[in-house]
Design a protein around this ligand. Structure first.
Ligand SMILES: [Zn+2]
Ligand SMILES: [Zn+2]
Length: 333
């Protein structure tokens, strides 16, 4: 009684092409190394150990060998309680006072339902540093952080709310905190409360690489913000690896769109209208190239068996997850 997902049936060839095992890809990796302007490194395949980074120069002590841009990254939802970091480069932002105050504040929220009410009024101070807009979508985010806090810790803050608020608002200065300056918080250009940055260039880079499609703010480029809210909530309640997967998909879509614009411009010049229909998959594969260099499997084939599922029930478990993904694609995609 195995069902076939309609998307699978319609795009079988494309899906197979996207999930193909990685090729050696030496040319791709060597281009990456070249663009990072690091000398003396090569990617080679060794029959015994597989692919590896090799040096053909001696390096001096302290010399920078390789600086690489990460493909995608995400902060664990649970970790957001403890640390406010740039959503692109992940460095700490704000101030020592803000970092400590915000953690205490979220802890305070878990005390009672009435405190949660208070938090919704003051959440701008915690996550949003531009108090100019009216619509506040941060409640869901703050609430999920508070729920995470309540499930992860039973500690209750002995400090009163006023002290915590003056920490969050950076009105109270802790001793020696100026010895550890942090970059000021830059808000998301899309106007959401979920993403904060260390500088405008990180905000723009994240927006252009993936966040514009995943932002819940008023200037989001998402086709359906309602679905996006549900997706984020689902990921936070179940497994936040979905958020990382969404970044991979979003960055692929945005790369594809840029390639398509270039392709259309070139076609306009050369006046060969028939080519576009055929080149879509090749453009998609080009946009997918950074991901194609890694090993990929479908979610139901690679998800770890949860505790309580015996390994002799593995086949059944994977079939059930697959079924769930096909039956409720709006929750999974
Ligand atoms: Zn940054
Ligand atoms: Zn945003």
């Amino acid at each position: 009684m195995e069902s076939i997902c309609p998307i699978d049936a319609q795009f079988r060839d494309q899906i197979d092409a996207l999930l193909k095992p990685p090729s050696p890809g030496h040319e791709y990796f060597n281009q990456l190394i070249e663009s990072s302007q690091c000398r003396g490194l090569k990617i080679k395949t060794n029959g015994e150990h597989g692919k590896g980074v090799y040096a053909d120069l001696d390096f001096k002590e302290g010399e920078l060998v390789l600086k690489d841009q990460m493909l995608v990254g995400a902060q664990h939802t649970l970790n957001k309680i403890d640390c406010l970091v740039c959503d692109f480069c992940f460095r700490f932002i704000g101030s020592i006072e803000l970092q400590i105050g915000r953690k205490l504040y979220i802890g305070l929220l878990t005390d009672s339902e009435s405190n949660r009410q208070t938090f919704s009024h003051t959440s701008k101070d915690c996550n949003e540093f531009d108090s100019s807009d009216g619509e506040d979508k941060s409640d869901l985010y703050c609430q999920s952080l508070a729920e995470c806090a309540s499930s992860s810790s039973n500690t209750r803050s002995p400090l009163d709310q006023e002290v915590i608020e003056s920490l969050v608002n950076e009105k109270l200065v802790l001793p020696y905190s100026k010895c550890f300056p942090l970059p000021s918080v830059v808000s998301c250009p899309g106007g959401c409360k979920e993403a904060s940055y260390c500088c405008i260039s990180c905000a723009e880079a994240d927006w252009n690489s993936s966040h514009s499609l995943l932002c819940t703010g008023e200037r989001s480029k998402s086709a359906c913000k309602e679905a996006l809210h549900k997706f984020i909530q689902h990921a936070n309640e179940t497994n936040d690896i979905f958020l990382l997967a969404a970044k991979v998909i979003s960055s692929t879509i945005l790369r594809y769109r840029k390639l398509k614009v270039i392709c259309q411009q070139e076609q306009g010049k050369q006046a060969t209208p028939d080519v576009l229909g055929n080149c879509d998959l090749s453009l998609l594969l080009e946009a997918w190239k950074p991901v194609s260099m890694g090993h990929k499997r479908r979610w139901w084939d690679c998800i770890a068996l949860p505790d309580g599922v015996d390994c002799c029930d593995e086949v059944l478990f994977r079939m059930q997850i697959r079924q769930l993904a096909f039956e409720e694609p709006e929750k999974v995609i």
